[in-house]
Design a protein around this ligand. Structure first.
Ligand code: 5RP
Length: 223
């Protein structure tokens, strides 16, 4: 099976967690796009969605799924999103699609986080994937130095030769060279650095369930 087929498989498998009348939190990325396509097949049964990015909102609306503002909703039943890495405890690295801040917000509003990923994303220790960190532009240089002090090499993410600007008007640093042995402590520490909007470690908003696409089918990991 190709990686794309594995993504389709887990995107469809996530429908199992969607019940009639639910408000569904929707993440961002190529795997979530498969979930959105699957969600469209039950769109008349759900109350609607809260989206984590402009890209997902556009896809949801194009398929006729009602999108609510996060501020209009107190709590969501379920949040479905992909990951760049997930460990055996459900901690994740996210933000490859630059939507980490809104993803963390919608995840925090949700009772259950269902991570959908192909099995290349399962790791023992987080940190092989360059860690995305959303930062306020004026803080970039200092945060690069702060990461250097703990062995990380932070690079400003570019798009078409210019700094990528997130949905929130901020920039992204991608950090290599880290081995994140204690995800909660790491998330807590980096989140306090002035200018950090969101660090792409999801340990406080970790997954409750991971639907992992494998050659043998969908494997369900419960954390
Ligand atoms: C976007 C994300 C995505 O969930 C993550 O990058 C995985 O994406 P994909 O499903 O395309 O591999 O965190 O900010």
């Amino acid at each position: 099976m190709t990686q794309d087929q594995l993504k389709t498989l887990v995107g469809q498998a996530a429908l199992h967690y969607i019940q009639p009348g639910m408000l569904v939190g929707v993440g961002t990325g190529s795997t979530v796009n498969k979930f959105i396509d699957a969600l469209a097949t039950v769109k008349h049964t759900i109350a609607g969605a809260v989206s984590s990015s402009i890209a997902s909102t556009q896809r949801l609306e194009a398929l006729g799924i009602k999108v609510f503002e996060a501020t209009d909703v107190e709590q969501l039943d379920v949040y479905v999103d992909g990951a760049d890495e997930i460990d055996h405890a459900g901690n994740m690295i996210k933000g490859g699609g630059a939507a980490l801040t809104c993803e963390k917000i919608v995840a925090a509003q949700s009772r259950q986080f269902i991570c959908i990923a192909d099995d290349s994303k399962l790791v023992t220790t987080l940190g092989q994937f360059p860690l995305p960190v959303e930062v306020i532009p004026m803080s970039t240089q200092r945060i690069v130095l702060q990461f250097a002090a703990i062995g990380g090499v932070a690079t400003l993410r570019l798009k078409n030769g210019a700094p990528l600007v997130t949905d929130n008007g901020q920039h992204i640093l991608d950090v290599t060279g880290l081995q994140i042995l204690e995800p909660r402590a790491f998330e807590l520490e980096v989140s306090q650095w002035p200018g950090v909007v969101t660090v792409g470690v999801f340990a406080f908003q970790k997954a409750h369930v991971c639907l992992l696409g494998t050659e043998a089918g969908v494997k369900t990991l419960v954390f």
